[in-house]
Each structure stands twice: as structure tokens, then as C-alpha cells.
Design a protein around this ligand. Structure first.
Ligand code: F6P
Length: 550
């Protein structure tokens, strides 16, 4: 059996064995699993780099884990992983290699695509980025009027926005605080308006980030930004070269837009958009945190890459997390997965993971194009910890849905906090631990009764528990730890795609909407033709035009 033509998942004996095992487990409760196995808390823990990953509150036994690993073997996860690291074209529908791991390979590594070692080019771009970042940070890079840059505005969308925007928030304590950073993505003009309204064009640098350099939102915003700049600086188009740099795989389109390709930072078609923020797409981040910190982040990625590539299945954290998701999707009808960071700095982390996971694994056909008969990627959602507790955790605790969750926290607050604010950290983390505890063990009706609660209120105040979580802890949130966390999730998503036999590296599902938007747009303008639309959309367009006064 090879990767391209393997058996269907639902016909594998390893799959049916899991189904049978699930039936045997029945309504087993985490309380019971902990009673049966007093060592569980110590045994169901993995240590990867700086990450302490506790999966003891997962609804699994040793047998479940063994069966899941057997499924991973049968579905060829290791073979596909090795093919990815070797640079084979595992993105079958786009006929591309998938080599984000080469972006963090050491300078002396050899990773070949079509017989060419790509590592020297990766490091050459990193060096150019570092040189540029240092010049902006030091003030040596001057704007058109000779003033230094004070604000960097990244214009991009999807993978060309979410990664740098997320990582900038995560690593704020490491950023040059005398520079400001803003991220514009939405084609809604309000986004750019709010980003630049209080800026001085003479001190503003735009980083236009787009793999293809054809993405309509980004090109539209970049065109408007250029107009804003030139209006503010007296119209001399020579100013563009001092205030615009590009990050792209498409030099032709960058030049066509009017950005000097000497100010372009390159990456390659074997880097998927949602896997790209450790490439030149991270340029604005590198300006923010500096080249050394950026390299520390790459080291963190690399550490988990190596772990994923070499650790035995029993100790392989991305493999484990991926398989747990497969388990809940298939056998518990779990439709979503919550990622709940107990860190203000991780406020955009789940939004970033939404693209990583849902654009990768939101697929309905297998790698051969046959409809799948099993659940694929979950809805990924979540916001920082305690805020969520006062909003949607009610549903996590007492709702009717199974929602596996990851709780992420850090032992130390960031060094920048005053003693008073740092003292709040224990309260933050107490909440993380309490939530994991409540979700897993709940509160029985008898416990509620013992508190003297009136009988009619007992069901309302009972917590069923048995809601699975993984807790991920690290000492502190450093650039390296961020790299480790992102690589952990990247490879988790990989594992799931491999088991489900889907192409995790294409995104055809985003195309139709783009095509239709182009078709609908002319109908919205004054006197535009409202033909060729379905009845419902035509009616909406007519209402829009009436309300807009057209
Ligand atoms: O439309 C989806 C998508 O292609 C994403 O995969 C990508 O990250 C985003 O658009 C932006 O694309 P680009 O970097 O080419 O502008």
C-alpha cells in the first residue's frame, strides 16, 4: 500500500478496532479512569523542549492510545511525514513540495527540491531581512524626507497577516517599543483608515506581504496606502521606494505594482501561506523583535520539527495531539476544538490556528478526490482564558456538545510587569488549573446535595464533567516557546490530514467566493447590470443599491 493509493480509512481493521473499543468504553468517566490508574497523571505527560504537555484528562486508556498509534501506522503517517521533510510533492492537487520545515533548517542542512538545495537561499533571505530590520530599528533607514521610520504597517491577508500579527502580539515584550506596528488586512476601507489616520507618512513604512501578489484585498489596500503616502508627501513617486517594501514569491507582480524588486524579500511556492510567517512574511515581526529574537523563534520551530521527525510514536507530541482529534471527531461526534490560552499575549493565537487548521483540513474529498465518509477538520475556536470563562464556558461545562480543549499557560509572567501586576499571575493560572479540573471531574449530584441545595435545583447545579482537555505549560513565553507551540500545531494538523487521507496543503474552497465577488461587484455600482445572479442574491443586491441610494 502506498500513500497515493491506500485503503479507505473506514475499511481499515484499525479503524473498526477503534470503533469497537469506543463501544466498550461506553460512558466511562474520567473520575473512574483516574481511580483505576493512580499513575495516570504522571504517565500521561510528554516533555518536548520547553513544553510540558499533560493529556491525563483525555478520554483515553493505554489501549485507546495503542489503537490510535496502530491507526497512524496503518495510514502511513510516518511515510508521509518523511516524504514532506524530503521535499517530495505531497501537495498533490497543486503538485508542490511542502517545506515550511526548510525555513528553520540550520545553514548546513541540505533540503532538496527538484535536485536543488533550498537551504542557502533560505538563509540568504534571512540575512537580507536581518540587515533591513536592523536598519529600520536603528533609524539608519530613512524615509523620503530624511526622517526615520516610526511606524511599520503590514498589509496582507490570511497567512500574510495572521502569522505576523499574532506573533507580534505574542512577543510584544520583546519588541522595539519606540516603533509602532499595525496590521491591515480587511478590504473594508475602515481598516486602512484606522491604521493610518494618526500617522505621519514621512515616518511610515508599508510592508506589502502577499505570496501571489494578486490577492485583491491586499493589492487594493496597498494601492490606497500608496495614494495616501503620495498625497501626504507631495506626490513625488520616488517616495515609494523609501516607504514600501514587498514580501512575495512573485517578482513580476511586485515590479508591476511599482515596488523596486531590490526592496522585495522572497519566498517560494513550497511555503504554504498559512505556514509562512517564519519566512520573509515575518519581516514586520523581525523589525519588531530584531533578528536575534527571530532566530530564537526559528530554533524553537526546529526543535519541534526534529522531535516530530524522530521521536517514537509513544512520545511524539504532534502525533498524539493529532490522533486525539481524530478520536473525538470520529467516535464522540465532536465538531469543534477549543484552544484557550491563559495569556493575554496569545490573544490572536487561536485566530491564527483557525487558518492553519481549518484551511488545511476543511476538506470533503480524499487525496484521490473521493468523498470521505468520516469527519475531517473541526471548527477551531477560542479566546484567552478568563475572558471566555465569563462568556461561553457555561456551554463547555453544561452544554450538550463534546468540545475537547487545549489549555495553555505559563509559569512566569513576563519580566516587564510591575510586582503588583506580576502578583496577579497566580490568580490567572489558578483559573486555568481550576477549569481543567472542573471540566474533567465536574461536581456530582450528591456533592451538590451535600451542600444543602434544594432538590429541584440539584440538576442545574450539577456538573457532569468528563470533558477532555490537554494542558500545555511552559516556564515563560519566549520567542523559542512560540516557535515550539506553532510547530506543534502545524504538525498536529499534518498528522490529522495524513490519517484522514486529505490534502492539507491546498485551499480550493476559498476560490469560488473570490470569483463570484468579482462577478457581483459590477452589479453594485451605479447603473450596473443586475443580471446573471440567482433570485436571492439579485434581491439582496437590489436592496443594497436602494439603501446605498444607487
Ligand atoms: O484565499 C486564501 C489564501 O490564498 C490563503 O491561503 C493565503 O494565506 C491568503 O489567501 C493570502 O494570499 P497571498 O499571500 O497570496 O496574498
Amino acid at each position: 500500500m502506498n500513500v497515493a493509493g491506500r485503503d479507505r480509512l473506514d475499511r481499515m481493521t484499525e479503524w473498526s478496532a477503534l470503533g469497537k473499543h469506543r463501544d466498550e468504553l461506553g460512558e466511562v468517566h474520567l473520575r473512574e479512569l483516574f481511580e483505576r490508574d493512580p499513575d495516570r497523571a504522571g504517565r500521561y505527560v510528554l516533555r518536548v523542549g520547553d513544553l510540558h504537555i499533560d493529556y491525563s484528562k483525555q478520554l483515553v486508556t493505554d489501549e485507546t492510545l495503542a489503537l490510535l498509534r496502530r491507526l497512524a501506522t496503518a495510514t502511513g503517517v510516518a511515510a508521509l511525514r518523511d516524504a514532506m521533510f524530503r521535499g517530495e510533492r505531497i501537495n498533490v492537487t497543486e503538485d508542490r513540495a511542502v517545506l515550511h520545515t526548510a525555513l528553520r533548517a540550520p545553514a548546513d542542512a541540505v533540503v532538496e527540491v527538484d535536485g536543488e538545495n533550498v537551504v542557502p537561499a533560505v538563509h540568504a533571505v534571512l540575512d537580507r531581512m536581518a540587515d533591513f530590520a536592523e536598519r529600520v530599528r536603528s533609524g539608519e533607514w530613512k524615509g523620503h524626507t530624511g526622517r526615520r521610520i516610526r511606524t511599520v504597517v503590514n498589509i496582507g491577508i490570511g497567512g500574510s497577516d495572521l502569522g505576523p500579527a499574532m506573533a507580534y502580539e505574542v512577543l510584544r515584550p520583546y519588541t522595539a517599543r519606540d516603533l509602532a506596528f499595525r496590521f491591515v488586512s480587511n478590504v473594508d476601507g475602515a481598516d486602512l483608515h484606522e491604521a493610518v489616520r494618526d500617522l505621519d507618512p514621512a515616518e511610515t513604512l508599508f510592508v506589502v506581504a502577499s505570496k501571489t501578489f494578486t490577492t485583491i484585498e491586499t493589492i487594493t489596500n496597498a494601492t490606497s496606502a500608496r495614494r495616501w503616502l503620495l498625497d501626504g508627501l507631495g506626490g513625488d513617486s520616488a517616495a515609494v521606494a523609501r516607504h514600501f517594501v514587498a514580501v512575495s514569491t512573485n517578482a513580476g507582480k511586485v515590479a508591476e505594482f511599482g515596488i523596486d524588486t531590490a526592496n522585495m524579500f522572497e519566498f517560494w511556492d513550497w511555503v504554504g501561506g498559512r505556514y509562512s510567517y517564519d519566512s520573509a512574511i515575518g519581516l514586520s515581526l523581525m523589525v519588531a523583535i530584531g533578528p536575534d529574537r527571530f532566530r530564537e523563534m526559528l530554533d524553537g520551530f526546529r526543535l519541534v520539527d526534529e522531535h516530530f521527525r524522530t521521536a517514537p510514536f509513544e512520545e511524539n507530541a504532534p502525533l498524539l495531539l493529532g490522533l486525539l482529534g481524530v478520536w473525538y471527531g470520529a467516535f464522540f461526534d465532536a465538531q469543534s476544538h477549543a484552544v484557550l490560552p491563559y495569556s493575554h499575549y496569545l490573544s490572536r493565537f487561536t485566530a491564527y490556528l483557525q487558518q492553519l487548521d481549518m484551511e488545511s483540513n476543511g476538506k470533503y474529498v480524499d487525496r484521490q478526490g473521493r468523498p470521505v465518509a468520516w469527519q475531517t477538520g473541526p471548527v477551531v475556536w477560542g479566546t484567552p482564558g478568563t475572558n471566555g470563562q465569563h462568556a461561553y464556558y457555561q456551554l463547555l461545562h453544561q452544554g450538550t456538545k463534546v468540545i475537547p480543549a487545549d489549555l495553555i499557560g505559563f509559569a512566569r509572567p513576563v519580566a516587564e510587569l510591575s510586582d503588583d501586576l506580576a502578583a496577579q499571575h497566580d490568580l490567572l493560572m489558578a483559573n486555568l488549573f481550576a477549569q481543567g479540573q472542573a471540566l474533567a471531574f465536574g461536581k456530582t449530584a450528591d456533592e451538590v446535595r451535600a451542600e444543602g441545595v434544594a432538590e429541584e435545583l440539584v440538576p442545574h447545579r450539577t456538573f457532569p464533567g468528563n470533558r477532555p482537555t490537554t494542558t500545555i505549560l511552559a516556564r515563560e513565553l519566549t520567542p523559542s516557546v512560540l516557535g515550539q507551540l506553532v510547530a506543534l500545531y502545524e504538525h498536529k494538523v499534518f498528522v490529522q490530514g495524513a490519517v484522514w487521507d486529505i490534502d492539507s496543503f491546498d485551499q480550493w474552497g476559498v476560490e469560488l467566493g473570490k470569483v463570484l465577488a468579482k462577478r457581483v461587484e459590477p452589479a453594485l455600482t451605479e447603473g450596473g447590470e443586475v443580471t446573471g445572479l440567482d433570485a436571492s442574491t439579485a434581491s439582496l443586491v437590489a436592496t443594497y443599491r436602494e439603501l446605498r441610494g444607487r
